[in-house]
Design a protein around this ligand. Sequence first.
Ligand code: URA
Length: 235
Amino acid sequence: MNLESILFTQGFGSRRQCRALIADGRVSIDGALCTDADADFPVSDALRFSVDDVDWPYREHAYLLLNKPAGYECSREPQHHLSVFNLLPPQFAARGVQCVGRLDQDTTGLLLLSDDGKFVHMFTSPKRKVPKLYVATTRHPIDAAQLAALRDGVLLHGEPKPIAAVAADARGDHTLALTVMEGKYHQVKRMIAAAGNRCEALHRERIGGLALPATLPVGAWQWLDEADLGFLRSG
Ligand code: URA
């Protein structure tokens, strides 16, 4: 692939802007400055390039994980808050990265993003059931009746049948760990309300077998590698 196309596919602007970056001597590839936009390079995950001394891996598709803070909307055109895209380099929005499902603006934790349409569909399709583990802080103490209601299934407004948590466990008086398969609008908050409590704060810890890395600071992102993608699918 020529260098112009490499930059273009990775979100560095229009073809014209990519040619200009290269001609201006701002691009190195595999450690060497290259000012020829037509120079060809074999592309693979091993390819590295830099723009203005910032290193990038070449990725045919971007698979990312963000430790979402509260106060950010999972939309490119947010209504009342900042967008999670404010936390990411602009190249990702430029190459069509989107959120894999949405977290409410006040929900924190594990958010996936990708520009691979099949991947996004696979993890957002109602047909594909993927367990998602949330930890909720509740207003009232959690009791056995609430846990039983969540495990047995609660009827949410507008849903034809009750929705049951795959697992519901108290981690403390006001801390509830809840695993759900679906991704319905405000699902966890509505389930907790239907069980007779109220969700005061919500955090997503895990999707499938992929956990939010404990070392990733709030607001920070990282690439997902092959092992992470495997954990995701392994539920
Ligand atoms: N359930 C909710 O209620 N909110 C979220 O952000 C995610 C799941």
